[in-house]
Design a binder for this molecule. Structure first.
Ligand code: UGA
Length: 436
């Protein structure tokens, strides 16, 4: 099929590459010339393992092209995917200005039937808004061009985006017309058994509900970890025991320093903003965000308690990205940790395999090491912030000799506590008191 993807961010680019790889003809459109030029040169504007190779292949096959002009490319596509960003406004409400702008452009330039698919994460009711915008533009042009609307939320995880794109658990298609549904069925024919058809509004809510529920699991386990610490219970064992119940499941029960990224913090806030607007409070979700906002503070208080005064202490951060296998630092807990340490006049050195350039732009004055070994030299304490494999698999016996004090605070419960203690470390994780 011929597809235009409008918005070459993380979701748009991944979706475009996945469709092109399946043999569809895709044009990826973005007003950001720099981004489009980067993509044209077969380079990804972000890090995602294996994706640049696929980008190259799709371009070479002639299935994937790029443009800065929706107007010039709109005629060649049957399906128009909207994948622009919906960042949070200061009050948590999703900023729909980019989505609305694209809808206006579509209304101004379509000449024949199109299926308009919203993949951006948008609040319930946005589908109706988009329809209204397109219809208004068509009325201004005195035209009555038919179009179908679809909400097709994205469930990709950064760092595993290609796998998720090729092996979706489910494909949610919110659509109120038969023709629109048939077009989407044709598009996803390889995975047609995984399609769940719903109304547009239901699909919009499924996206927010899914992310909010996953965030709930994380905050639940993080808050419980605080209690486990006070009661001599090991949260890792608790999570394992809970996760064996199939109704609960083992995933997203990894206690840590909180969730970050471009999705959970933004989407929970947006759902809360909708709840406020509708005067229907979501008490659980309110608590979820509160736990997440205080989790780093709770962790750092532990660090401070163990080390005493942090002023002039040399603290090393291993990992800066919001999770491993990405260069994304948006809403990463590392940023809150840096703020805390700066406020307490600590001397910070940091290492991350992919995220340092981005953090450097926000905190140019802290020291960045080019290897983990360089980062840990003479440190008074080491904070494991992101569980990169290369960090977990360091030679911890050797690291101990390089530190000035053998203090390790594991913000992801990624290391083996008893092995660390045996090596002679003062080790603290998240709610993982040794079981007795
Ligand atoms: C999340 C969802 O998992 C995707 O399904 C969704 O498509 C995406 O948001 C989106 O809306 O675009 P992502 O933000 O890439 O994906 O990252 P996750 O793997 O969900 O992790 C989010 C955060 O939770 C990370 O900071 C991670 O460290 C943290 N986390 C995750 C925990 O602290 N504990 C866990 O057990 C799991």
């Amino acid at each position: 099929m011929d597809i235009a993807i409008i918005g070459a961010g993380y979701v748009g680019t991944t979706t475009g590459i996945a469709f092109a790889h399946q043999g569809h003809r895709v044009v990826l459109i973005d007003t950001d010339e720099k981004k489009i030029n980067t993509l044209k040169q077969s380079t990804l504007p972000f890090y995602e393992e294996g994706m640049e190779e696929l980008l190259k292949q799709c371009i070479a096959k002639g299935n994937l092209s790029f443009s800065t002009s929706l107007k010039n490319k709109i005629d060649q596509a049957q399906l128009l995917f909207i994948t622009v960003g919906t960042p949070s406004l200061p009050d948590g409400v999703a900023d729909l200005s980019a989505v609305e702008h694209v809808a206006r452009q579509i209304g101004r330039h379509i000449k024949e039937y199109k299926v308009i698919v919203v993949k951006s994460t948008v609040p319930v009711g946005t589908g109706d808004k988009i329809k209204g915008i397109i219809q208004t533009e068509l009325q201004t042009r005195n035209l009555d061009i038919p179009f179908d609307q679809v909400s097709n939320p994205e469930f990709l995880r950064e760092g595993k985006a290609l796998y998720d794109a090729m092996n979706p658990d489910r494909i949610v298609i919110g659509c109120n017309t038969e023709k629109g549904k048939l077009m989407m069925q044709k598009l996803y024919k390889e995975d047609k058994d995984k399609i769940l058809f719903t109304s547009i509004k239901d699909a919009e809510m499924i996206k927010y509900a899914s992310n909010s529920f996953l965030a709930t699991k994380i905050s639940f386990i993080n808050e419980l970890a605080r209690l486990c610490e006070k009661t001599g219970v090991n949260i890792m064992q608790v999570a394992k025991g809970m996760g064996l119940d199939q109704r609960i499941g083992p995933q997203f029960l990894q206690a840590g320093i909180g969730y970050g990224g471009s999705c959970f913090p933004k989407d929970t806030q947006a759902l809360l903003a909708l709840a406020k607007e509708k005067e229907q409070p979501l008490h659980i979700l309110q608590a979820v965000t509160k736990v997440n906002q205080t989790q780093v503070q709770w962790f750092m208080e532990k660090v401070k308690k163990a080390l005493g005064n942090l002023a002039e202490k040399r603290i090393t951060l291993l990992g800066l990205t919001f999770k491993p296998q990405t260069d994304d630092i948006r809403e990463s807990s590392s940023l809150k940790i840096i703020d805390y340490l700066l406020k307490h006049n600590a001397i910070i050195k940091a290492y991350d395999p992919k995220g340092m350039e981005h953090v450097k732009k926000i905190y140019p004055s802290i020291t960045y090491a080019s290897t983990p070994i360089e980062a840990v030299m003479e440190a008074d304490a080491l904070l494991l912030v992101t569980e990169w494999k290369e960090i977990i698999e360091l030679d911890w016996n050797r690291i101990k000799l390089l530190l000035s004090q053998p203090y390790v605070f594991d913000g992801r419960n990624a290391l083996d506590p008893s092995a660390m203690v045996q090596m002679g470390y003062f080790y603290e994780g998240i709610g993982n008191a040794p079981s007795n």
